[in-house]
Design a protein around this ligand. Structure first.
Ligand code: ADP
Ligand code: MG
Length: 322
């Protein structure tokens, strides 16, 4: 079982940033409005995420670390309309199999908080602890028992940069959550709850905000919001492309193509456009169950999505009063 978990871990957890992504998504799924992230040595030594979400009851703590145990979907129909970020129930089991993990939580149904430990997949029975409502997950010494994979990791700075990118994507897609990020004891980001426009400025900088146009287009059961850079924006690179589908960061060829075409059509711009866009569609019209790392999606009506994005962006870029 430990071996199976280690193998599964390799699919989902490639580096500290992938563990961070999974934990942050769990905090969001738990309804947290305040999340603090502490990272030491690029996440190789420590990744600690504390949230004020609904918590995990004592009786569910061992389940949270079990493979294929998810509290988020229970029927096949649920799989067709996923609204949570997680649904596979393998992230915590995978992380627990390849690290020293401490999960502390307080859920309103218990008298007090409990924590549970796992080391290389071996669980220690829950013990009482003290904390307010919510969950804290500490991951130490990622891949300590998989030296081959640990060797594969890059420098502390590079691994932290990947963690920061994960944090940025979460921050951009959740303006309604306060977030902070520390690295080696130094605060790198502190974000208050705000609206989308202010959050984008706080995360990507004032220059982007001043040299981009606001997008807000909707049709029958689809909505596109966000900001797209205008030609005056100086920093357009491929890493300034943030696209979210129902709050989930997505890297999609179809979407990229629609945006590129819109820029080319209106501005005759060939370079990579910079954008932060949020697409909201009926969850039944998009399949997020494509790959464990979940940055791919499949749209039920790809053509219609392409056209909607193209026309929305085309219109915004072509409007003189932008
Ligand atoms: P999934 O998110 O796919 O359900 P995970 O392995 O990421 O699977 O998490 C397992 C379970 O642990 C979740 O379904 C949830 O019930 C619980 N859990 C994990 N993290 C948190 C958290 N921060 N707050 C509340 N519950 C959590
Ligand atoms: Mg999860």
């Amino acid at each position: 079982d430990t071996l199976i978990n280690q193998i599964a871990a390799g699919e989902v957890i490639e580096r500290p940033a992938s563990a961070l992504k999974e934990i942050l998504e769990n905090s969001i799924d738990a309804g947290a409005t305040d999340i603090t992230v502490q990272i030491d040595q690029g996440g190789l030594k420590l990744i600690r995420v504390a949230d004020n979400g609904k918590g995990i009851a004592r009786s569910d703590l061992p389940l949270a670390l079990a493979r294929h145990a998810t509290s988020k979907i229970s029927t096949q129909e649920d799989l067709l309309k996923i609204t949570s970020l997680g649904f596979r129930g393998e992230a915590l089991a995978s992380i627990g199999a390849v690290s020293r993990l401490l999960l502390s939580s307080y859920h309103a149904s218990d008298q007090h908080a409990w924590h549970i430990q796992a080391e290389g997949g071996h669980l220690v029975a829950p013990e009482p602890t003290a904390r307010t409502q919510g969950t804290t997950l500490e991951i130490r010494d990622l891949f300590f028992n998989l030296p081959a994979r640990r060797k594969f990791l890059k420098t502390e700075a590079t691994e932290f940069a990947h963690c920061e990118e994960v944090y940025r994507r979460i921050a951009l897609s959740h303006a309604d959550i306060a977030l902070s990020l520390q690295h080696n004891g130094k605060t790198r980001s502190h974000l208050h709850i705000t609206d989308v426009n202010k959050r984008i400025a706080a995360v990507l900088g004032e220059e982007f905000s001043h040299t981009s146009a606001f997008v807000s287009e909707s049709a029958a059961d689809i909505r596109l919001q966000g900001r797209v850079a205008l030609p005056a924006y100086s920093r357009a690179t491929r890493d300034m492309q943030y696209f979210f589908v129902n709050g989930r960061y997505v890297r999609d060829k179809l979407v990229a193509h629609a945006l590129r075409e819109a820029y080319r059509d209106v501005l005759h711009l060939e370079r990579h456009p910079a954008f932060v866009l949020y697409l909201e569609i009926n969850p039944e019209n998009v399949d997020v169950n494509v790959h464990p790392t979940k940055t791919e999606v499949r749209f039920r009506d790809a053509r219609a999505i392409h056209q909607f994005i193209f026309h929305s962006i085309n219109k915004v870029l072509a409007t003189p009063s932008r």
